[in-house]
Structures are given as C-alpha cells and as structure tokens.
Design a protein around this ligand. Structure first.
Ligand SMILES: Nc1ncnc2c1ncn2[C@@H]1O[C@H](COP(=O)(O)OP(=O)(O)OP(=O)(O)O)[C@@H](O)[C@H]1O
Ligand SMILES: [Mg+2]
Length: 282
C-alpha cells in the first residue's frame, strides 16, 4: 500500500461557533502505482482529505502513514513534512494559488531550489518538466499570471513533476478546461501512471473514473461511503452521492439485461465494448 489512513478526522475552526467537521473517522488505503479517484458531492471533504496526505493540514485526530513517514495531530512530531512533500505532491484545485514567481520557468524551478538544487540545475530541470506538459520555450519568460486556465494548470503540474514525487495528487485537474485541454492533462497523468507513479485524482467526471481509475473512493459528508472498483460503484445505488453513471456503463447494463454476454468489469471504453462484442459475436 502506498498510503495508509487510519481513523482520520479533521475539524476546521475547532472550538469556534463556526467549526465544521470536514472528515470523520476516515480509514483508507491508497494502492501503490494505481490511479485512485476520489469522488463525492461538493463540500463532502475531498480537498480536505488530500491536503492531510502531505501534511498541508494537520489531522485533528488519526494518522497517515507513507513508508516510514507518519503524520499525526502532534505537530512537533511532524518534522519531516518537507521531506514527505518530495514524495507526495499536490496540484491544487485552483492552480493560480500555486503559482507566484515572476516567470514560468522560475515558478517551476522554485520547488527544486527549495530542495537544494542550484539555480542553473533547477532551471534545466524546469525546462524538462515544462516540455513534458507541452509548454514550449516561448512561455519560459512569461508571467504565470498571464496564462490561460489550462496553461496555468500545466505549469502547476510541471512544478510538481520537476520534483519527481512517487505520489501525485491532482484536485479536479480538468475543471474548467475545454475537451482538448482536458485530454492533454489526462493523457499526461495516465502516462505518468504507466511509468510507475501513484495517482490520486479528485474529480466530478465519472467518465474519467470509468475510463481510467483502478480504484474509486466516495466521500459523503466527511465519511467514506464506498471504496472499490469503478464497475462495482456504478452497479450500486449511487443516488445519494451526486454521481452520474456514465452512459457507456448504462449501455453495457442494458446489453446485459437483453442477455448480451459481456464482461462488464473489463469494459472501460467504447473500444473495450466493441472488442468484446466482436470476439463473442463473431
Ligand atoms: N478553510 C476552511 N474553513 C472552514 N471550513 C472549510 C474550509 N475549507 C473547507 N471547509 C468546509 O469543509 C467541508 C469540506 O470541504 P472540502 O473543500 O474538503 O470539500 P470538497 O469535497 O473538496 O468540495 P468541492 O467538490 O466543492 O471542491 C465543507 O463543509 C467546507 O465548507
Ligand atoms: Mg474540493
């Protein structure tokens, strides 16, 4: 297991009249080298959960374990957080919060310098990371604040890639992007996973979950409502979770109800369905 979460709770504004218990007694395992999707209605606790995973917020109670790192509610014990963030990195829901340097290349190089790389090495690695996300040289000296939403997100991802963490967490990486922009980001994420990275993806897009997630976690009002394979989730009653069952999955269920023999657990894309129909029905 890449990450073990045990009895995790988190309360915002604790001991004030406005306190909100955003996570309640969450226990989870995030599998290594897989794509795990985290879904659930707005305000359910997804962003809070992922921010606890690399110590951006300290649990109110419970623990998070990754290799020999442990995060608990005892701030003093969490001294290795900076080191942990080299292994588990987050691309935030609003990438503009992540960008702050005067040029794109400096922004991507920032994290590397923080980890002790010299300026020229950091810039060189930043250029490599920018190439991976499809941002060319003409952007290097531009201000990150003057980019489009999709470009900002790619620069934010490059900043994380440059650090080369084992676990990449992306909070709604395609929100607000057009289909081409979304595809560029998603293809990049899946490529990274193929090359061995553990991916945690917060998303409201169930097509992404069906097409790409190995494992899916549903959070409902700060608690885990479901954990398992996407095909099992979509076969469940999801009416309470603000989840839209993908059209492809509905169509497969319809075929099954008409006695068309398909192996629904292995169908992630239309091509998978077509292949199965071809091989079974000549
Ligand atoms: N900084 C904060 N201060 C106080 N309450 C907060 C804060 N951030 C989030 N909350 C509350 O905690 C709960 C969980 O919020 P969170 O941002 O984790 O939800 P989410 O599942 O990521 O939602 P979305 O899909 O809208 O991004 C919500 O009730 C929210 O209002
Ligand atoms: Mg969120």
């Amino acid at each position: 297991m890449a990450i073990q979460i045990k009895n995790l709770s988190y309360t915002y504004l604790k001991k004030t009249p406005n306190e909100v218990e955003a996570l309640h007694n969450v226990s989870l395992e995030i599998p290594e080298n897989k794509i795990t999707a985290i879904v659930g209605h707005t305000g359910s606790g997804k962003s809070t959960l992922i921010q606890t995973l690399n110590g951006l917020i300290t649990p109110t109670s419970g623990t998070i374990e990754f290799k020999d790192f442990v995060i608990t509610n005892k701030e003093k014990k969490n001294k290795r957080i900076k080191e942990l963030r080299k292994h588990i990195s987050i691309v935030f829901q609003f990438p503009e919060y992540q960008l702050f340097e005067e040029t794109v290349e400096k922004d991507v190089a920032f994290g590397l310098k923080n980890y002790g790389f010299k300026e020229n090495e950091a810039i060189e690695k930043a250029h490599e990371a920018l190439a991976k996300v499809g941002i060319d040289e003409s952007f290097y000296k531009r201000s990150p604040f003057e980019l489009s939403g999709g470009e900002k997100r790619r620069v934010a991802i490059a900043g994380i890639l440059a650090i080369d963490p084992e676990v990449l967490i992306l909070d709604e990486p395609t929100a607000g992007l057009d289909p081409v922009g979304s595809k560029i980001i998603l293809d990049l994420i899946f490529e990274l996973n193929k090359n061995g990275k553990t991916i945690i993806l917060v998303t409201h897009d169930m097509d992404i979950v069906l097409n790409h997630a190995d494992h899916v976690i549903v959070i409902n009002d700060g608690a885990i409502a479901f954990e398992g394979k996407p095909s099992r989730l979509f076969s469940d009653d999801v009416s309470n979770y603000s989840i839209e069952i993908p059209q492809l999955f509905k169509f497969c269920k319809l075929l099954e109800s008409h006695n068309v023999k398909i192996d629904i657990d292995k169908i992630r894309t239309i091509d998978d369905l077509v292949d199965q129909l071809r091989s079974r029905h000549g």
